[in-house]
Design a protein around this ligand. Structure first.
Ligand code: AMP
Length: 208
């Protein structure tokens, strides 16, 4: 089994879908955004460098991201492939990745720009288990998170001004990857502006 790339703009639901399909395909989720946030929290030099880029909604330099990925892919749980979430985001990242892992599917979750801002601005995560909710579209159940110990966590970059920068970084630097992967016969599109379960079903159908 090779690796999967979950592709799409910020707020498309890549993390949500990664969690939902992880158990079906048995591949660990590798989110460069989560790795960077962990590095910031740990106060590591990588985190300190990355924070300035993330706070303004810009991409972190390729060499920083690729160093993180190379290390992560050495872990035992990555031996049979992984599910990349938020990586690659530039053509040089995709080129480097092609030497590090075999990609079998690039699954693009498509959401129009005008839906992204409202989706990102209401986003809330359970700090205990990582489940992603949304104030309006997917509220935390009244009896709490499925894990039983809901701790509210909101991302520092989930605000209106940063979202617009993240969207332009996506259109300028990341969206050219669609054609790049399409030329290699790996690219599949799913309408991401629907019920979460319908999107999961479409993604699983593409993987089977
Ligand atoms: P995400 O959690 O995927 O939305 O990523 C949050 C932020 O981390 C992005 O806005 C970027 O600043 C940075 N980031 C995450 N993944 C990458 C990547 N593959 N390349 C460059 N920057 C990244």
């Amino acid at each position: 089994m090779g690796s999967i790339v979950l592709f799409g703009p910020p707020g498309a639901g890549k993390g949500t879908q990664a969690q939902r399909i992880m158990e079906h395909c048995g591949l660990p989720q590798v989110s460069t955004g989560d790795m960077l946030r962990a590095a910031i929290q740990a106060g590591s030099p990588v985190g300190m460098d990355a924070k300035a880029y993330m706070d303004r909604g810009a991409l972190v330099p390729d060499e920083v991201i690729l160093a993180l990925i190379e290390e992560r892919l050495k872990d035992d749980d990555a031996a049979n492939g992984v599910m990349f979430d938020g990586f690659p985001r530039t053509i040089p990242q995709a080129e480097a990745l092609s030497h590090l892992a075999e990609i079998t599917h690039v699954l693009a979750i498509e959401v129009p720009d005008d839906r992204i801002v409202e989706r990102i601005c209401g986003r809330v995560t359970c700090g205990s288990c990582g489940t992603v909710f949304h104030d309006t579209f997917n509220p935390v159940p009244s009896d709490g998170c499925v894990c039983g110990s809901f701790v509210e966590k909101r991302r520092a970059d989930d605000n209106e001004s940063t979202v617009l920068s993240r969207l332009s970084a996506y259109h300028e630097q990341t969206s050219p990857l669609a054609a790049w992967y399409d030329e290699r016969g790996l690219f599949h599109r799913v309408d991401g502006d629907r019920d979460i379960g319908e999107i999961t079903a479409d993604l699983l159908a593409l993987l089977n």
